[in-house]
Design a protein around this ligand. Structure first.
Ligand code: NAD
Ligand code: UDP
Length: 339
């Protein structure tokens, strides 16, 4: 079990996204001050709308690939900024590579300058289309460096290497978490990931779009569990990388049936082509997270899906992404949070 450690003031890059907004909620609940830096290229104001008046929350609209400067003390930098869904990172290929490289460099420099703990949110995609199953942290992966997902996979692999270099050469107190598919309220309806697509389609009795024959597997972790895992790594002295995910594995077709059953939907399944390089299997070995952090997921798939379905039932709008801020002078373009 990791020693207890609390933070006073955290910078959360990508804090207006799905995971970042939940992490901001958890940090604020722990008494921490949060500076959320996000250019809203895939995140949304709605995700942080409930936080904008909070006295310990500040929103800075800015591109972290251009610059990242924050005045005052900072003892935690959570670096989440990056397009994360296949649809989003395909649309924003260059931006994804920039934020994985220059954006991560800027976030690491900030952590080094402030003497802050730094956490990189890496991904199970560093394992590519894995030949080892389940995937443990010692597996080096099977990634196509020029394939359809390479802008994301290689950006994250570079970001991991950069983090290791800053930790070992410059003494940055860093940690790397490899997050497996996470779902829950505030997933963007329009970002093409399987959970928002299936839930939205089933709620409308529309055909559920299963890619390929649906035999590819994923292992889905509810957002509260993932947030707890990330914060446990942050509070620990460990560099990792550490897998955080739920090892309950199922096929995409089984997932469609499960969601349809929970909703009581009449949606048929419609099989579409399987995207190139779509991993055939994915399941985390979480023994390291258990040993180092005392962490295991606790929310069952049905329970997590029911909570997510309830949220989507009340939030049916597909938000338009705001035009991205792609460059930033020193200092924030827009600030809100004290209103
Ligand atoms: P998300 O798209 O909801 O959030 C990402 C946020 O980063 C968005 O708010 C976006 O506007 C912001 N962003 C992107 N580029 C930026 C830039 N250059 N400057 C400032 N802000 C920028 O995605 P998410 O699911 O919340 O993912 C968050 C992080 O966790 C990502 O780094 C992702 O790779 C990682 N991750 C997520 C999952 C998952 O299942 N959700 C799995 C593995 C890894
Ligand atoms: N998928 C699907 N239908 C959809 C969206 C996704 O069958 O409408 C599949 C996708 O091809 C992949 C799995 O569901 O096999 C998970 O996709 P997602 O985009 O959520 O994340 P990934 O794990 O591929 O990054």
């Amino acid at each position: 079990m990791s020693p207890k450690r609390t933070f006073q003031r955290a910078v959360v890059t990508g804090g207006a996204g799905f995971l970042g907004s939940h992490l901001s909620d958890a940090l604020l609940a722990s008494g921490c001050e949060v500076v959320c830096v996000d250019n809203l290229c895939t995140g949304s104001r709605e995700n942080i709308g409930h936080l904008l008046g909070h006295p310990r929350f500040t929103f800075v609209r800015s591109d972290v690939s251009a610059a990242l400067h924050v005045d005052g003390p900072v003892d935690l930098v959570l670096h989440l900024a990056s397009p994360a869904s296949p649809v989003a990172y395909t649309r924003l290929a260059i931006e994804t590579l920039r934020v994985g490289s220059q954006g991560t460099s800027n976030a690491l420099e900030l952590a080094g300058e402030k003497g802050a703990r730094f956490i990189l949110t890496s991904t199970s995609e560093v394992y590519g289309d894995p030949l080892q199953h389940p995937q443990s942290e010692s597996y080096w992966g099977n990634v196509n460096p020029v394939g359809e997902r390479s802008m994301y996979d290689e950006a994250k692999r570079f970001a991991e290497a950069l983090t290791i270099a800053h930790a070992t050469r410059r003494g940055v107190d860093a940690g790397i978490v490899r997050i497996f598919n996470t779902y829950g309220p505030r997933l963007q309806s329009g970002d093409g990931r399987v959970i928002p697509n299936f839930i939205r389609q089933a709620l409308a009795d529309d055909p559920m779009t299963v890619h390929g024959d649906g035999t590819q597997t994923r292992s889905l972790c509810y957002v509260d569990d993932t947030v707890e895992g990330i914060l446990r790594l942050a509070a620990s002295p460990h560099l990792g990388p550490v897998n955080i995910g739920n090892p309950e594995e199922l096929t995409v077709a089984e997932l469609a049936h499960r969601i349809r059953g929970l909703i009581g939907s009449a949606s048929p399944l419609r099989h579409l082509g399987l995207p190139a390089d779509d991993p055939k299997v994915r399941c985390p070995d979480i023994s390291l997270a258990d040993t180092l952090l005392g962490w295991k997921p606790s929310v069952t798939l049905d329970d997590g899906l029911l909570r997510t379905i309830a949220w989507f039932s009340n939030n049916q709008e597909v938000p338009d992404f705001e035009p991205a801020v792609t460059s930033s002078p020193r200092g924030p373009k827009e600030k809100s949070g004290q209103s």
